[in-house]
Design a protein around this ligand. Structure first.
Ligand SMILES: [Ca+2]
Ligand SMILES: [Ca+2]
Ligand SMILES: [Ca+2]
Ligand SMILES: [Ca+2]
Length: 255
């Protein structure tokens, strides 16, 4: 049986409307759960756990527009017929997966969020900050994140934007943009760039760069040991007892 869409559940729960007034993150996770439920009903996914703490982590820095994008996308996946879904999920043949792409495209066109230009026209949000003016007044390209035109001089004579100075990744050919940067010392003594503290990736061996960051970085293995939360249902064994990978919902295609 197909799961009832969220809006039906909310309509039924009208006297308890508060319960449906969830945040964007919750809406996205609900939509994703609908996708999993639909795929399980289609026999394309095993029953099991989904790593919703990891989803929450992924959603942590998404703005409302990106959350709306994802809800639109997941809601579309959850309405696609099982046969069409199977071609999209299980076929390596590009010509077979076009049915899935077509169904997604048709659905997506109806729910993709719209951006309102300064003159009142609307464009789809994928055109915002794409480098081309799509609103007549160019407002879709205003207030976009910019890379500074000010340059940092690499030790080897090259130059990169100062935006990339001390950002945790090597941009000068000689890596000098990441030298003499603020540092963070792990509880275990290793020194890492301060820019990768609280970036939701474990860089210290003891994950101490991800503590006190406003989220729970720990996943508790069945044997009581602790691994980084992103290890949950990621397809690789992180707990010594393998419990991070047991009972996970996973794509299942008939051979
Ligand atoms: Ca644009
Ligand atoms: Ca850099
Ligand atoms: Ca980190
Ligand atoms: Ca794992």
């Amino acid at each position: 049986m197909k799961r009832a869409p969220m809006w039906i559940l909310c309509a039924l729960a009208a006297p308890l409307l508060l319960a449906c007034n969830s945040s964007g993150v919750d809406r996205m996770i609900d939509s994703y759960a609908d996708v999993v439920g639909h795929m399980q009903d289609c026999g394309l996914m095993s029953e099991g756990r989904i790593a919703d703490d990891v989803l929450r982590l992924e959603a942590r820095d998404m703005n409302d527009m990106i959350l709306d994008f994802n809800v639109c996308y997941f809601d579309c996946v959850a309405t696609i017929s099982c046969d069409t879904m199977a071609t999209g999920v299980c076929s390596d043949d590009d010509s077979e997966s076009t049915a899935y792409d077509r169904a997604m495209g048709a659905c997506y066109a109806d729910c993709i969020p719209l951006f309102t230009c300064g003159d009142g026209d609307t464009v789809t949000y994928d055109l915002v900050c794409n480098g081309d003016s799509n609103c007549d007044d160019g407002s879709d390209e205003a207030d976009c994140p910019t890379v500074s035109t000010d340059k940092f001089d690499c030790a080897d004579g090259g130059q990169v934007s100062v935006t990339y100075r001390c950002d945790g990744s090597l941009d000068c050919n000689d890596g000098s943009d990441e030298e003499e940067c603020p540092e963070f010392r792990c509880a275990t003594g290793e020194v890492i760039s301060a820019s990768i503290k609280c970036d939701t990736r474990a860089d210290c061996p003891d994950m101490s760069d991800e503590t006190d960051c406003g989220y729970d970085p720990e996943f508790k293995c069945a044997d009581g040991s602790v691994v980084f939360v992103r290890g949950d249902c990621n397809g690789e064994i992180d707990c010594a007892d393998g419990s991070d990978e047991t009972g996970c919902a996973a794509i299942s295609c008939e051979e």
